[in-house]
Design a protein around this ligand. Sequence first.
Ligand code: PEP
Ligand code: MG
Length: 591
Amino acid sequence: MNVKTRESLIRGNPISHGIAIGNLALFTHDNGAIPQRDVPLSEVPHELDRYDEALKNTKKDLQRLKEQLESDRSQEAAAILETHLQLLDDPILVTEIKDNIVKTKKNADYVFQCFLLQYQKKFNEIKDLFFRERGCDLLDISRRVLGHLRGAERSSLALMPPNTIVFSHEVAASDVAEVDLQNICAIISDTGGNTSHAAIVAKAKGIPYVANVSYELIESALNTEVIVDAQAGDIILFPSKKTLSKFHRARKQIYATFQELEKICPLKAETYDGYKMGLVANIEMVNEIELLHQYGVAGVGLFRSEYIFLSKQKFPTEEEQFDIYSRIVSEMRGLPIVIRTFDIGGDKLTIEQQATHKGNPYLGCRAIRFLLREPDIFRAQIRAILRASEKGNVSIMFPMISDLSELIEAKELIAEVQNELSHSGKTIEKKVRIGCMIEVPSAAMIADLLAKECDFIAIGTNDLVQYLLAVDRSNQAVNKLYNPMHPALIRMLKLVVGQASQYGVPVSVCGEIAGDPRFTPLLIGLGINELSVSLRNLPLIKKVIRHTSVVRCHELVEEVQSLSTPGEIQDLLNQEFQSTFPEEYHHIALT
Ligand code: PEP
Ligand code: MG
């Protein structure tokens, strides 16, 4: 047997669990510089043909995507693709590039990339929102054209063929958001942390994902069948028949465990000694609401609203947002939903921000900071949410508050918009509840002051951990230090609950630990009122709630508080979970 095709195992870090078997392909964002090549005069017509072909194939892709979206009833997204299709006939794309290929006698992909960079710069300078948005559209389709010009390396995950396992050096949340589950069965990346937004979307969509794998180690297996075992974090290259059948069986077993767990859905989220725990869902995509009803979930504790435009990378208008929120709120059929205002920045940057951001985006102009600086964008979102709130039970929540004045300013904006709407005849009769996220240590330390000013508090532990421990949540290099089982976090949770309860303000946790079954008894014992959990983890968390008693939860808090290091706490919580639940649950838990 050839050495190159002998079965081999590469170990990475499991990010989103599951097992997948598929063909390995490379995905690039095409941000790297494309080498320029002089093209002899006789080959210029060939370069022009190559360019025409790329435009033609991009049209085909967009047409196919548009039809798919129409059949999924995503009319807004389909309309955007229709505009993209029209833009493909734009003289800039059709004539100007070809003229430049002839004039410079350089390779088409190089000429095209120069065009992209030049236009990106121009559009960033334009103040007019309409033209800036048109610029974003143009850049979006240009990336697809470039992908075709560069052949095997695709520039959009939406364009991958069926049964693909994708490798990408970096994966953005917007990339995963546009993944079509019919085509992509797993993701592998070089960088990326456990609570990065790409990871959160992968978990929500149920896509197995392994990070910390360098390209050189798997390159030899490109275009061959590989196995991703995202339970263990393993990639198996050139698997033997025996290994393949072992993993086919394992995949079936996981599926069966999930199905078994779903039987718990109609039952209450209540400990066996009768304590009722709030259990709601985190959602990123509108189409998750269907599953929410199937699971009989009581509501949505966190709707990450920025996902409505992340893969399009431009801000939707008030009317576009109103349409989307109205649909979501109506589809909730009266169940409560917490809409979090846009959390832009951090690892979710728009095209404009990517081009202009400086320094560490997590510590910069992110979330509420961004919204307060961009009142037009903030106002449009608040207007759209308030108008849609008439159709159901809506709360608004602000991300990344670090100081009381931000909460007050945001609340003032809501009051102003409410006034404006009632004066213009669009009465907002219902009072929306207002919530404040605790994601920054300074907010935790003033939780009492914040609690006085809001109706509920939601602890975003994904960010709280990164800001408390000074560990970037998306950076694989410091992944081991990113540990929510740190005693500092446990103390901080206790502090927030104590301060909020002085004012009778309920506290929820909506970070990833809420969906980690090892944390469930601890969070109940700490006095957290509600867990907001990614839908896929919800049945397991309900199972854990039903298998525990409040008495044990309080004991566990005592035991955890007597420990000094994250490692000791981790050992205790792992042991508690593993000794209570059968082995098949250990495999699907987020450990
Ligand atoms: C969090 O930080 O815990 C949170 C829920 O928000 P996000 O993951 O979207 O940053
Ligand atoms: Mg957050």
